[in-house]
Write a protein that binds this ligand. Structure first.
Ligand SMILES: [Zn+2]
Ligand SMILES: [Zn+2]
Length: 326
């Protein structure tokens, strides 16, 4: 097949759009979608100036998604003095696996002269995921512990350096899975909160979201969320980016795996399903957020670490206590 844009040999066919694209036009199309998302979400506040730039922290794991996001944002904003990019990688204490992906992160950021910080669970919490999965005091999946620790490190670090935004490399497949899982769990309040924290557009005038009272949190954004996983992988390959593709040895999220398979089958038979799930989900989540905002419980500070929480102690501190008691 030929590329629909230029007639060269097509390397990808997207059933949801019907488009056949060559290497060059596929890459251009991925970049265009990320830039459009940045624009439509008002990611760059209007009051950002060269004298007073915004700082964006990018969670860089070394996997293809965060590597592609970092590369495209760097291409887009390297010469724009209104934005400073900082890449942040986390070492979870997974021997071998994480060391290799950190090499990918270092190569990517060194080539681009991009500020790169690495923090570890070991230094932050005195825990290593390799040991957490052995002890497992809460009888949970590795990803459940790791997710709590990762969110804590990312948001605390972003707040410490005074970041305006925290960006993560979730792609369309990730987001459609999460949307479907949230919906099936039936927790509308959680849908509303996630919309406010990481999906809703910014108001354009500043780094605040439409919701104005979230000083304690660095707001999150996911500018890669319009791009399907397969196209992210092709982009990384064609651009020759140093992405580490091995899966985490502790990964086991049984429920997400089921949803993944379900979505894969649906998309095969009904191309465009992921896009329509996200379009509908974001619209409904916005309505839910408006409805729930007025009745949100006031957040307290965790009595152990000071993080915002609805109870006495945050989730991270209770997990750390459980691990210590083993
Ligand atoms: Zn082409
Ligand atoms: Zn705490």
């Amino acid at each position: 097949m030929d590329c629909d844009k230029c007639g060269d040999t097509a390397v990808s066919h997207a059933a949801y759009s019907g488009l056949h694209l060559c290497e060059e036009h596929l890459c251009a199309s991925v970049e265009k979608r990320v830039r459009r998302r940045v624009r439509e979400d008002n990611l760059l506040g209007r009051d950002a100036t060269p004298e007073d730039p915004e700082t964006w922290v990018i969670g860089l794991s070394g996997g293809k998604d965060s590597v592609v996001l970092t590369h495209i944002l760097h291409e887009t904003f390297a010469k724009d003095p209104r934005v400073e990019l900082v890449a942040l990688s986390i070492h979870e204490g997974i021997e071998g696996y994480r060391d290799e992906s950190l090499d990918a992160c270092r190569e990517l950021t060194a080539d681009r002269d991009l500020r790169h910080e690495v923090v570890s669970y070991d230094e932050e919490f005195d825990v290593r995921m390799d040991e957490v999965v052995e002890d497992d005091p809460k009888n949970m999946s590795a990803c459940a512990y790791c997710g709590v620790f990762r969110r804590d490190v990312l948001s605390r670090y972003a707040a410490d350096i005074g970041a305006d935004k925290l960006l993560t490399g979730h792609n369309l497949d990730d987001e459609a899975e999460t949307a479907l899982m949230n919906f099936l769990e039936g927790d509308v309040r959680q849908i509303a909160q996630q919309f406010d924290a990481s999906l809703g557009p910014f108001d354009g005038a500043s780094s605040e979201r439409t919701r104005g009272e979230t000083e304690a949190f660095v707001p999150r954004a996911k500018p890669l969320r319009d791009v399907p996983e397969k196209e992210v992988a092709l982009y990384a390959r064609f651009e020759g980016l140093p992405a580490h593709i091995t899966e985490c040895p502790h990964a086991e999220e049984a429920y997400r795996g089921e949803i993944q398979q379900l979505l894969y089958d649906l998309e095969e038979r009904h191309p465009g399903t992921r896009h329509s799930i996200m379009a509908g989900y974001e619209e409904l989540a916005a309505l839910a957020a408006t409805e729930h905002r007025s009745e949100d419980p006031a957040l307290d500070e965790c009595e152990q670490c000071g993080s915002p929480t609805t109870g006495d102690r945050c989730r991270k501190c209770s997990l750390l206590d459980a691990l210590e008691a083993v």
